[in-house]
Design a protein. Structure first.
Lengths: 345, 297, 258
């Protein structure tokens, strides 16, 4: 009985999401849609990032690198061959680049797979060893990707980047994939794999003592995160219609880090809520970069002040509010606990 | 490649390697004692370079400016530990790492806001920018001074670590913190010394870097820092000699590979990353091979 | 072919200059409740860690069920049929009591990653099965009411039970208990002792336990090995151990309290 009511609630929520997405796509103006699309893409990225970082407890800085892989993969697959011939200005595009072409969905899937493959390769040096190397390796990886993008003009058009990417990504796609990502993540967490990931996070040695292959579990989480980050990258490329190596900087990863910490490391619904809060207020927070008048004193315009404030907020959160909004629980669990406490009192 | 060119590259490599070595020591010492990768370390180096630049541009003579830069780095290093790392000593590791990244991002953007992101020319005094020409070899005075100073500094650090009681305390702390506390040693003071020492060395490395590639910018700490950490892992994380070894290997590799294969020049910054991957795949404890993974049973 | 389930053969363990275990040998037969006792630092937990593959011995072998398992990785040791608890209770703090037990079923939960994501029937069947089995174990331990509580919310004694229950979920032949009665009052200790006897019978277990509390050891174990500074100084019945000269001087009369 309880399982049935659970399923009904979930189906209703999915239905509500579908209705909201189609209504928005049809009726909202392009400015609002732009914000929603941005939130949608970052939601996909935040949910994926949360799996390796929050649920499995492995500190990683991978998103910007895998997003870049996905973005370039989708761009190359979507842009038609003759456009590429014109666009690649520094050198001629490599033949394989001219041949690569696919529809939108396949492009996204290939983007995810490409990122996932790289994640698998990185897993071997990183997860077989104990220690904190994942963060440094993924941090360095983000830089390396940029170096490769700049230095392989035959494949990536170097510093000039790729433009005229077909804009197939609308809110139906982005919102839809966001819903899919959310459901997939929840399904992973409530399975034996999610339990194993949390066990590895809580106490890796005890997890191994229970028969969990910690290398396999960490790699599984990492590859799953990578897949959806690649897909998110593909959606980003199509949404922005133009990409360049400098776009996938550490700043993107840092924003995602703030989001998942704010939402609560390990909570998917928390990550979702935090994405809406942070990305939604990004626009509004731009005022921090400009001249502010406090009690009649002008602070002067300081571009980049926003980032300083964010960094300070992250540090303060880590010192005083480490558990974020939802801790490591989902919104649904917290509601249930609230009701069961009422019932008992 | 003829001999003079090879000699030239060797000299350049020694100079670059020295800088990596100086910065790598700080990483390896903090990791050895706290098992923490201090992501802000590269930015502490940047702070030292910037403060030296500002003091010198304001008219302070060069050597005092350098001292101010070093002191500034030391202060930032110690403050970072006191404010951000110390409160989280008992917290899960991931909290510490997230905070470290936060500090790094904070320093970068703070200096970006205050000074702007455009690289500035670092004008060293004339006696440091003199260049000698011997045969066809281009010998800036710095390329001689830097390795010599580095060797002197390294010898002093090793002397401190192995011949003084503070050094012994540091090495003991790297082994087991609770026991050290039981011996009546104030672990927090020793940790502060470790941060101070590492930050000072990073500042020196940063100033050398600023003189050699005469420019500074708020983001200079990231790439150099990353490479220095890779060098520390290559040499054996936790080992000071290892950090120096790794630093020199990386410096030589970067210069020599680009000299031999100029087409790879754009990938220069990626070599450190590949070293890191190779080390982790085949010999995670690095060249000096200190196994820091003590069991938690 | 011997009847011993677990055989420690000439194990020596050196850490740098320190010899933690010196040429230790003993056998645990099927059906024993075997006690490993000795003063603090004698090397008892070290032996556990060698058995479970966390340490690789400097010399010697571990035989389990006539197979050499020396150095087998910890997560494979479980497959072979050995499960353990820890000296300082190591439950998974972010999860409930029931979830902790369900982790013990990890290797025996039979669905793949895609099947979990796509919610194939095998997912539902297996989740239901292990949940039922997990509740069953909790009921045997008398703590089924706490199933959905946070694992850390339970009393110390109950947390220890959860840890043992979790180890039991892996269906071991040999159960390694590291100071199970540590920190317990006499009532909890007796409760624990009854439970261990019960599960030993119900699940056909062999038990190897480390303990300080001689009363507990007396009540539980049919055989003991006494270690001091990594060497065996006595092997035999607990009652004989108490009066043995070497054992007494090792403990300096330190028998009756935990």
């Amino acid at each position: 009985m309880k399982i049935l009511s659970n399923i009904i609630v979930k189906l209703l929520l999915i239905l509500a999401a579908i209705l909201f997405i189609s209504y928005s796509q049809q009726s909202l103006d392009s400015y609002t849609l732009g914000i929603l699309n941005n939130i949608g893409i970052f939601a996909i990225l935040a949910l994926s990032y949360n799996l390796i970082n929050g649920v499995t407890g492995q500190f990683s800085l991978e998103p910007n690198g895998f997003v870049a892989i996905g973005a370039y993969m989708t761009a190359i697959l979507l842009i038609p061959a003759d456009t590429k011939s014109d666009m690649y200005a520094l050198v001629d595009p490599a033949p394989v680049i001219l041949h690569m072409h696919s529809g939108f969905l396949m492009a996204l899937i290939f983007s995810g797979l490409a990122a996932m493959l790289v994640a698998m390769l990185l897993s071997f040096p990183v997860f077989r060893v104990r220690g904190d190397y994942l963060a440094i390796v993924t941090l360095g990886f983000g830089f390396i990707i940029r170096i490769f993008a700049m230095n392989s003009p035959a494949y990536t058009n170097g510093a000039m980047g790729l433009n005229d990417i077909p804009d197939s990504a609308n809110f139906l796609w982005i919102g839809g994939i966001a819903v899919v990502t959310f459901v997939v993540m929840l399904n992973v967490i409530s399975s034996k794999f999610g339990r194993a990931m949390k066990a590895v996070r809580d106490d890796e040695d005890a997890a191994a003592a229970m028969g969990i292959n910690t290398f396999k579990i960490k790699t599984t989480a990492f590859m799953t995160s990578a897949f959806f980050e690649g897909v998110g990258g593909g959606l980003l490329a199509s949404f922005l219609t133009t990409i360049s190596p400098d776009q996938f900087s550490f700043l993107m990863t840092f924003q995602l880090l703030i989001i998942i910490v704010l939402g609560g490391l390990g909570s998917m619904s928390g990550a979702l809520l935090a994405t809406i809060l942070v990305m939604g207020s990004m626009e509004w927070l731009r005022f921090l970069d400009s001249d502010i008048v406090i009690f009649g004193h002008h602070t002067g315009a300081h571009p980049g002040m926003r980032m300083v404030i964010f960094a300070v907020l992250l540090i303060i959160m880590m010192l005083f509010a480490r558990r974020g909004l939802f801790g490591d629980q989902e919104f649904g669990d917290l509601i249930k606990k609230l009701f069961s406490r009422r019932r008992n009192s | 490649m003829d001999f003079t060119t090879f000699l030239q590259q060797l000299i350049n490599g020694a100079s670059l390697g020295s800088m990596y070595a100086l910065i790598a020591i700080g990483y390896t010492m903090v990791y050895g004692v706290l098992r923490l990768i201090n992501f802000a370390h590269g930015d502490i180096m940047m702070v030292g370079a910037f403060l030296t630049y500002l003091a010198y541009a304001a008219g302070v003579p060069f050597i005092p400016s350098v001292l101010l830069g070093i002191i500034g780095s030391i202060l930032v290093g110690i403050l970072t530990d006191k404010i951000a790392y110390k409160p989280l000593r008992e917290a899960p590791k991931i909290s510490l790492l997230i905070t470290a990244i936060g500090i790094s991002f904070f320093l970068e953007n703070l200096f970006n806001v205050i000074f702007g992101g455009v690289p500035r020319a670092f004008n060293a005094p004339d006696y440091l920018t003199k260049v000698f020409h011997i045969d066809n070899i281009y010998l800036p005075v710095t390329v001689i001074i830097i390795p010599i100073v580095t060797v002197l500094i390294l010898t002093s650090v090793l002397w401190v670590l192995y011949r003084t009681k503070y050094g012994m305390a540091i090495r003991a702390l790297a082994f087991d913190i609770p026991t050290v506390k039981l011996m009546g040693i104030n672990a927090d003071s020793i940790i502060t010394i470790v941060f101070a020492l590492g930050s000072a060395l990073a500042a020196v490395g940063g100033i050398f870097y600023a003189i050699s590639y005469p420019s500074i910018d708020p983001l200079m700490g990231i790439i150099v820092g990353l490479k220095a950490f890779a060098a520390a892992v290559l040499g054996g994380i936790g080992s000071v000699t290892g950090a120096v070894l790794g630093g020199f290997i990386l410096g030589f590799t970067e210069i020599l590979v680009v000299a031999l294969f100029p087409d790879l020049g754009g990938y220069k910054d990626a070599f450190a990353f590949f070293f890191l991957i190779l080390v982790l795949l085949f010999r995670p404890t690095g060249i000096m091979g200190e196994d820091l993974e003590r069991s938690r049973f | 072919m011997s009847t011993s389930l677990l055989e420690i053969r000439n194990i020596t363990m050196q850490f740098g200059g320190v010899t933690a275990i010196d040429d230790l040998s003993f056998k645990v037969d099927t059906g024993d409740i075997y006690g490993l006792i000795g003063p603090n630092g004698a090397g008892k937990t070290t032996i556990f860690n060698i058995i479970t593959g966390n340490y690789y011995p400097t010399k010697g072998e571990i035989y389990f069920d006539d197979n050499d398992i020396t150095g087998t990785k910890p997560n494979h040791i479980v497959t072979k049929g050995i499960a353990r608890t820890f000296q300082n209770i190591r439950l998974f703090k972010s999860m409930s009591v029931l979830e902790n037990i369900m982790i013990g079923f990890h290797q025996r939960t039979n669905y793949s990653y895609p099947e979990a994501i796509l919610r194939f029937p095998r997912y539902f069947q297996n989740e239901k099965r292990i949940k039922t089995e997990a509740m069953g174990i909790l009921e045997e331990f008398g703590i089924a009411d706490y199933a959905n509580n946070a694992a850390t919310a339970l009393s110390y004694g109950n947390q220890r039970k959860v840890e043992i229950a979790r180890a039991l979920a892996t269906q071991p032949k040999l159960l390694l208990l590291d100071e199970p009665a540590a920190g317990m009052n006499p009532i909890e200790t007796e409760d624990l002792s009854n439970i261990i006897h019960k599960i030993k019978k119900d699940y056909d277990l062999t038990v190897l336990l480390i303990e300080h509390d001689m009363k507990f050891v007396n009540a539980m174990c049919n055989k003991v090995t006494v270690l001091d500074y990594g060497e065996m100084i006595f092997e035999g019945k607990p009652a004989d151990a108490i009066v043995d000269e070497k054992v007494v001087s090792a403990y300096l009369g330190d028998f009756t309290h935990a």
